[in-house]
Design a binder for this molecule. Structure first.
Ligand SMILES: [Fe+2]
Length: 312
């Protein structure tokens, strides 16, 4: 079984690559007449900054590379030095594309040529970078980092992702929009190991069926090796989300700034609140108060509705 952090990083690579193809196509199809290129480009820039850099490179730099350096790898040279340098070059290209996206009206000839060059260079750089990480750097990390250290690293990576849970989901939705891969109807996006899959809203169930009785547990399906989530409501005051956890999945200990109620719809789950563990069965719920550390562990698969309430 691959460590969580490496599984997740590889799954993130799989999410990034199709967006790079879309970016190159966007640059190729751009011309000096279309006024909408800049707004489309700004969406690619938002994905590159948010998902590629902040979430993916952020996790690599602050956790994986840091742990590899602690295991003896030099930071300024060798494989990590090269990866860090490539992250910097990528940031430069995204900055140049952002400057174009922020302009007004249709692109001029110079901007068109620059966009084509930056998009191609960025996509090529990242595709090669990803291939090196998948085939050389990550296997190297899994050999160099001891099992104990890897367990700590996995805990840190889970906490990192949990803090960015909602943002990551939004960026994956943006990627699906940009690549046209958002499935229609009630079909769910394919599971990516280590990445929370978000079911798309089936039209007719949540909107048109307001006022009808529905079985919430039927609105989210299990997928092997992952956690599937489905947002029923997302307002300033809070969220209502359905989750289907496969056996073995969980949320390691973390603290949220607001109260969360978990109501188990199917199966059962072990919940730990402030160091106290409790089994919560279908039909039961548990309050995880804001500010108190809590964790969830799915020994067997289970579904829950999570209601989070924010102060507005
Ligand atoms: Fe990477």
């Amino acid at each position: 079984m691959q460590p969580y952090i490496l599984q997740t990083l590889v799954a993130e690579h799989d999410a990034i690559l199709p967006v790079l193809d879309g970016l190159v196509a966007c640059a190729r199809n751009a011309d000096t007449k279309s006024p909408s290129v800049r707004s489309l480009l700004s969406k690619y820039v938002a994905f590159c900054r948010g998902f590629v850099d902040e979430i993916h490179h952020g996790k690599e730099e602050s956790l994986l590379f840091a742990r590899m350096c602690a295991s003896g790898f030099p930071r300024d040279e060798g494989p990590i030095g090269v990866m860090l340098q490539e992250h910097e070059v990528g940031r430069g290209a995204v900055g140049a594309m952002d400057a174009i996206a922020k302009g007004e009206g249709p692109l001029n000839d110079a901007e068109l040529a620059n966009l084509g060059e930056q998009a191609r260079a960025f996509a090529d750089l990242l595709a090669r970078h990803i291939a090196k990480e998948n085939t050389v750097l990550y296997p190297m990390a899994s050999r160099a980092i001891s099992a104990d250290q890897m367990e700590i690293l996995d805990g840190e990576a889970r906490a990192f992702d949990q803090e960015r849970w909602s943002r990551k989901g939004d960026l994956l939705d943006l990627a699906a929009t940009l690549t046209g891969s958002l499935p229609s109807g009630s079909k769910q996006r394919s599971a990516r190991p280590g990445v929370v899959s978000r079911a798309t809203d089936a039209p007719g169930i949540l909107g048109a069926a307001a006022g009808e009785a529905v079985r919430f547990e039927d609105l989210v399906e299990y997928q092997s090796g992952t956690i599937v989530s489905r947002t029923l409501a997302k307002k300033n005051g809070g969220t209502v989300t359905l989750f289907a956890f496969d056996a073995g999945q969980g949320l390691s200990e973390h603290t949220a700034p607001f109260d969360a109620w978990a109501y188990v719809l199917d199966g059962w789950v072990n919940v730990t609140v402030d160091g106290h563990s409790v089994r919560v069965d279908a039909g039961q719920g548990v309050l995880m108060p804001g500010g108190l550390p809590h964790a969830l562990q799915a020994v067997e698969r289970f579904k829950m509705m999570l209601v989070m309430v924010r102060q507005v």
